[in-house]
Design a protein around this ligand. Sequence first.
Ligand code: NDP
Length: 324
Amino acid sequence: MSRALMLHEDAPRARVVELEDNQLPDLPVTVDIERSGLNYKDALAITGRGKIVRDLPFVPGIDLTGRVMSSESPDHQVGDEVILTGWGVGERHWGGLAERMRVKPEWLVARPEGMSAEQAMAFGTAGLTAMLCVMRLEEAGLTPQQGPVIVTGATGGVGSWAVQMLAELGFEVHAVSGKAEQRNWLMSLGAYEVHLRSDFEAKGRPLEKSRWAGAVDTAGGQVLANLLAQMHYDGKVAAVGLAAGADLPTSVMPFILRGVSLLGVDSVMINAQRRQQVWQRLASLPANLHSRMQLETVGLDALAERAEAMLDGTISGRVLLDPS
Ligand code: NDP
């Protein structure tokens, strides 16, 4: 028997339930979960404010880490420390906001040597995605010498990791946030300057004064359109989120007059080799990055309320689940 947050058709939508092992999905590897993350997508699923989950009842949670409790796969032995992110888990397949879950072997990556469960989920999908953005920008040729970079949604999971990682790599990082009161924290993460989100929300011109060599954008919508208009010649933008909207009211001008590159970043379906590569890179980051991250660890019973808070924009950093 194990506990899980389960979403239902009837109210209240999100309830903590007890499940027998034979009620879990019939998949080969059973993981005892040590930590999971509460991500933006999970908040949309839990509250029902976004169409993330179609079939109810459903256990949400797009990432988890834990130990293999039983395995019918030669690739995973009992006791192995594993991480799962993406692959539609928490969307089409039952996810990590639970004490125990049964999963497919190919979804799992080994937790890097020396990385604790808490550190793994402090990164979680957010840290993995932030590192994917950094690698996309690097692979496109961006270097700190080319000029400042900008990160939107900077107090969120993806944004706050992106600020830290880019600062660590020597970039002059400008953070955009809706939370003026988090300025000091963002500076402690390595931000060179913090800008108010409201400065980026009004409709601007197709091309503005060029300000940024690179960008990580978690907002989409008008915010992304304005960033594109402010990029340097040959600027590079990693587009990763839609906190401000899924539309993109831009023109071709930044692309055809300044050679700006818009780089899409997806963390859900990237292949196993790339995942392993990203986790190794995360493991190589200095441990003091973790001490600066704002972490809030909650139990299963608190998740529904924290999901509402996340969508209301009042959370900074990462919210973790300790299901024990
Ligand atoms: P969080 O909820 O942790 O962070 C989102 C942040 O966006 C908030 O903290 C806030 O930061 C900012 N924000 C909130 N509302 C708005 C708004 N109306 N306009 C602009 N910014 C806003 O979420 P995550 O960091 O987990 O995810 C961020 C985005 O990235 C989401 O859209 C998510 O779906 C997407 N994502 C995409 C992935 C992929 O594979 N492509 C993987 C993971 C996430 P502040 O107050 O500092 O501005």
